[in-house]
Design a protein around this ligand. Sequence first.
Ligand code: FAD
Length: 427
Amino acid sequence: MRTIAVVGGGIAGHEAAWAARRQDPDCRVLLFNEEAHPLYSACILADYVSGELPREKVFLLDPQEYHRAGVEFHARSAAIALDVSQRLLVLEGHEVHYDSLVLATGSRPLVPPIEGVALRGVHTLKTLADADQLAMASPRRAVVVGAGPVGLECALALVARGSKVYLVELLPRVLPRLLDEPLAEMVKALLEQKGIHVLTGQKVMEVQGSQKVEAVRTSSGFLEADAVILVLGMRPEVKLASQASLGLGASGGISVDSLMATQAEQVWACGDCVESLDLINGRTGLHMLWGNAVLQGRVAGANAAGGRRRFLGALNVTTVRIGDKAVASVGMTAAELNSQGERLLFKKDAWGNGMGILIADGKLMGAQILGPVERIGGILRILLQGASLGHHMREAGARRLGPESSILWPLKGLEAELKSLGLSTLP
Ligand SMILES: Cc1cc2nc3c(=O)[nH]c(=O)nc-3n(C[C@H](O)[C@H](O)[C@H](O)COP(=O)(O)OP(=O)(O)OC[C@H]3O[C@@H](n4cnc5c(N)ncnc54)[C@H](O)[C@@H]3O)c2cc1C
């Protein structure tokens, strides 16, 4: 009987374990996770912090479901070393010989090397344990550092709990990797309407306090605070992979091919810890989103159990809910593209909704939307379908993309779709 070890019990590891069992119902699947809990959703941790969602609702599985699926789940079980030549995984207190291994070690929050980050009252928001601490702290005044999607969600959650919240961002706009200036300005105004003090273009220099956080020194002054939440993004967790000399890519994620195979025999990897091909721009990089982790996990798990499935590439579609509106971004921003000749077509309506369409060389390179929550999915779908992305994904599958390939969306068919959205008057 084949023994498959999966390291990491987040969504990627979970999907890999289940896919392995589906591929080979006789295989033995061991799933190791250093966290104490069964699978939960990181995507709704902010709703738990805000008090909108009871804690038990963040869980996606109960422990019996592992048993029923034939997956041997080991919580509080960290893998500490890996010898790929011996096919040996070392855990605290025991070792496992595997036939196939899936690394799904996810990511860790980035903590900047500034004075005071070790003080009590400094938090991150990545795990359920982080969310528990933040919910328990319930600070009177909080400084959220980083205005990415998780920073926004965190700031909104703390305002909902009654905290006075400063959201500090180094770059000149909120959601800097998702939005260009016009949409970012609209989102900033919306956040301010919700009671968040948004400070863009400011650098956090130091966290101050004797034992506990008392203030934050920024490049523009001081902010009094009982809590600081560092939400500056995630880095792939690759300790085991590096120690076993598996290849890493330029972005720091584990290098995998389209089978999700690493450079070591019988070792696959998936989720936030890998770098993969971007379906839109054809570049290789990190794609730390839930949907990508699900698909990669399924491919890695099935292949670890003898299958031959392929992951065609990642799609970065990011959405953030702000009250009854949502922001969605797909593809590139003009700032990221930074090429001559691109055009950001922007439209705003009287209800505070907006849309930006990025076009370069006659191709749709990205879209940014702020609109009613219930319409946002539909708008994105129309955009993606209108731009024939589906067609291109199928094509990509047929001809196996190389890392240099690019499948930027052609504009053909998009005009009519935009008209149906009332965007025919774009400049
Ligand atoms: C607050 C927050 C909100 C988010 N919101 C969204 C969203 O709205 N939409 C979206 O698409 N994505 C969102 N994401 C991102 C999404 O949650 C991740 O892309 C996804 O969870 C990645 O899953 P993963 O299994 O690869 O990694 P992880 O979830 O990081 O899981 C990896 C697991 O492996 C464990 N592990 C690591 N090393 C070892 C080891 N050596 N031994 C044993 N176990 C180990 C870790 O403890 C962890 O439990 C959000 C993330 C956060 C933090």
